[in-house]
Design a binder for this molecule. Structure first.
Ligand SMILES: [Zn+2]
Length: 338
């Protein structure tokens, strides 16, 4: 536990131990988590559909048992994770289901010191399910306006569905700019849906005033990140493959393009073997802008505060974690507070 990034003084450790709250290490972790909860921060990479806890799923569909939910959301690898994500997504049948999911996520984020969030909505999946995107987004916008934190939206299309399927997502996102949509992004299978195929769609999104983000370099190599940059991405979802490419890291550093890093996500989907071998710290040491995020907290069993705490264990000092929290607000697509 001594290897954990920062800790309390010996005196405080002894005091915690003497107070009977458990072993000093545990007390240190708890104290640190409390401090991390208090730092004002932004969550910039979280999928609404991946944030739905089993209890909320049961509220949405009372016929579901916890065992059934667990069976459908347990997975071994990236493909299995995608199946779990789709299964949860299919439980969302009405605008009210989406609004409930947002209500729960907003309150969870608020309890962790998150003052601003850009939440990704899989608009591409809503259209694929044949649902009414306008009705769903209207319900979300209503909920957004009464949320305890400031929320903006990123509408996401699915890479493997192709560029034509992404076009209606861009068109809707452009129309919803006055109702909290700030950006357009793509996610999904980097190999079956290469970024270059979305060049025109990204161009249209930018022309419509949308900011651009792109999942890349998560399951594929650094070339995928380069393609995302080539079509205009201003932030990269994951992007951890950049660690294998010096020139790319230099470009990210010079152009101040941040990677939305999600450590637990990468470990749970099997793209990184363990937290200890995750490139987060090495990317940071090379000067690449990095941000701490959860991706799909319910499916990965993490919270934003626990991701900061994990970063602390991977070598980030308390001051560095505070700087990462500041960066999360600075790299937001809208100006928090406006
Ligand atoms: Zn993601």
């Amino acid at each position: 536990m001594a290897a954990m990034g920062f800790g309390k003084s010996g005196e405080q450790q002894t005091a915690a131990h003497a107070s009977g709250v458990g072993p000093p290490e545990e007390a240190i972790c708890r104290q640190r988590l409390v401090r991390l909860l208090e730092i004002p921060k932004a969550e910039l990479h979280v999928h609404l559909e991946g944030s739905i806890e089993p209890a909320t799923l049961q509220e949405i569909d009372p016929s579901l048992s916890l065992a059934e939910i667990e069976a459908h959301t347990t997975y071994e690898d990236f493909a299995g994770f995608l199946r779990a994500y789709v299964w949860v997504n299919k439980r969302l049948e009405t605008p009210e289901h989406y609004a409930l999911a947002l209500r729960r996520l907003a309150s969870t984020l608020s309890a962790q010191g998150v003052v601003y969030a850009e939440i990704t909505l899989s608009a591409g999946v809503i259209l694929w399910k044949g649902q009414d995107l306008e009705a769903i987004y209207s319900a979300l916008w209503e909920e957004t306006r009464r949320a305890p934190i400031e929320i903006r939206w990123i509408l996401d299309a699915i890479r493997q569905f192709g560029a034509e399927a992404a076009r209606p997502v861009v068109e809707f996102a452009a129309r919803a700019r006055q109702r909290g949509v700030v950006a357009f992004g793509i996610g999904g299978d980097e190999v079956r849906g290469p970024a270059r195929e979305f060049a025109e769609v990204f161009h249209e999104a930018r022309a419509a005033g949308l900011r651009l983000t792109c999942h890349a370099g998560e399951t594929a190599g650094s070339e995928s990140v380069r393609e995302a940059l080539a079509i205009g991405a201003e932030r990269i979802g994951h992007g951890i493959a950049a660690i294998e490419d010096e020139a790319l890291m230099a470009e990210l550093r010079e152009r101040a393009i941040p990677l939305e890093v999600c450590v637990t996500s990468n470990v749970r989907t099997g793209v990184v073997a363990s937290p200890a071998t995750h490139p987060l710290r090495r990317l940071y040491e090379r000067g690449v802008p990095v941000l701490i995020n959860t991706d799909d907290p319910a499916l990965f069993g993490c919270t934003l505060a626990s991701e900061y705490e994990l970063a602390g264990r991977l070598g980030f000092s308390e001051t560095e974690l505070e700087e990462l929290a500041e960066a999360s607000l600075r790299f937001a697509f809208a100006e928090p507070g406006r």
